[in-house]
Design a binder for this molecule. Sequence first.
Ligand SMILES: Cc1cc2nc3c(=O)[nH]c(=O)nc-3n(C[C@H](O)[C@H](O)[C@H](O)COP(=O)(O)OP(=O)(O)OC[C@H]3O[C@@H](n4cnc5c(N)ncnc54)[C@H](O)[C@@H]3O)c2cc1C
Length: 479
Amino acid sequence: MAAATASLRHVRSCAVGVRRASDGASVQLHDGHELTADAVVVATGLRAAGHARAPPALARSPFFVADPWAPGALDVVRRDAAGPGDVLLVGTGLTMVDVVLSLTRPGARPDRRVLAVSRTGELPATHADELQLAAIPDVGDWGDTLASLRESVAEHVARVRAAGGDWRPALDGLRFRASELWQRLSEEDRASFPASDAGDWNRVRHRMPPSSAAVLRSLKGVDRLRQRAASVVEASPLGEGGLRVTLSDGSAHDVGWVVNCTGPALDVRLLGHPLIDDLLSARGGVSLAQAATAGMGFRTRDGRLLDSTGRADAPVWTLGALRRGELWETTAVPEIRSQALALAVGVLDSIAPLPRRLEDGRLVSGHHPVARPRDPLGLPLSATAEAASRYNAGSEKVMRLQSGGEDLLREAAALDPDFALAHAALAMLGHEAGASTDVAASLQAARRAVLKRGDERERSLVDVIGRRVDERATRGPRR
Ligand SMILES: Cc1cc2nc3c(=O)[nH]c(=O)nc-3n(C[C@H](O)[C@H](O)[C@H](O)COP(=O)(O)OP(=O)(O)OC[C@H]3O[C@@H](n4cnc5c(N)ncnc54)[C@H](O)[C@@H]3O)c2cc1C
């Protein structure tokens, strides 16, 4: 749909900086080139796996896979037939599940066994076999502290389980409220959440498919997968390759490899990501971005970066993982998808504004395709938001043969005199349903308005209505 008005250019390069310009911004690339833009969206995700807690001897070891998501990172582990067959995975979340499946798939060396450790040693919960409707709670009286939220969540889960026999719909429903609840918390509560509650939340919120759970069960059944609550306290190299690791429970294990499965590093200040570092570094005493709670991304106003003075006037936006500090649940595709839509509207609204009424009553035009208001079928309307909402309400009343529709359409046309479809609807109502409108004047206003600010669909609609009115006028009224 946007193909007629938008184009996409993919530049294969690494962005290392952003600068404000008088009419937008520029993006510095690592090869010295520069791209200019009206607006910049920083959508880098947070790929860097965090391993800050690995003992130095482990972090330095060539037998430590720090980032299992890096292309080909696990190939060397899969191919290795010389060192000990056992592999230690640090972390027991969904990354661990993926790594286990990858290291034990058909063709893996037969003596391959996997030991997975984490703070709790618990595996992610499993999705239900059947899709279930989410039970979205009313969180109005859930309070604004972690302690009160824990209590309310437990009650919600118990209620849903008692009603339907399963806790999962309760968790799935919470996903719709997570950002709202998160934003109620104090900075202290948000900062403590990763250590105090995130493990439990992630275990039940980020679940594995039943098919993966079945594979893990069968591996455990033949002792090829074990898990325990522990952390690595020491690691030393083995003569034949691999490592002897000592765990916090006192046990020692000779393993061929240790794979870090602890997920992305959360503190953007420590990633060493050139673009993020640049956004956080001050120029002229001000940085384009400021770190959110505990460094979990940036502070924004609805996705637009707040600079270090708290202003959101640079044309730079972000979404996804870089908003974790202010939304928490922000890394999965459904959340990113709805952020992307809101962000697109925000960007367009800023650089190509909607038609809107200024304080002095004047209307300023705007015609960008995405940020326009929509009718109930989702089709864009070339009108101010307030006029469009009267038009939608009026059209609905007309469709339902209820009274008051005509007045609402009249209000829509008065609020935005260049709203062609409102005039056209009035012409149609007067012509077809005997409404007390001046059909000729409304049609003339519609034709004038659609030339000023109509899209192709609106032009064709006004054209059809005009022909219909003209045709009847020529033929005379139908008996
Ligand atoms: C192993 C794994 C499995 C996952 N599985 C799921 C899942 O099943 N379902 C789900 O909903 N979510 C899943 N996620 C969450 C994941 O975060 C989202 O699915 C999604 O990929 C995030 O999209 P994004 O565009 O924000 O970031 P990414 O997909 O990470 O894309 C960021 C892009 O920015 C580029 N980039 C970064 N820095 C620069 C720079 N300086 N210059 C130029 N380009 C740059 C990167 O190369 C990359 O192309 C998973 C995440 C991981 C790590």
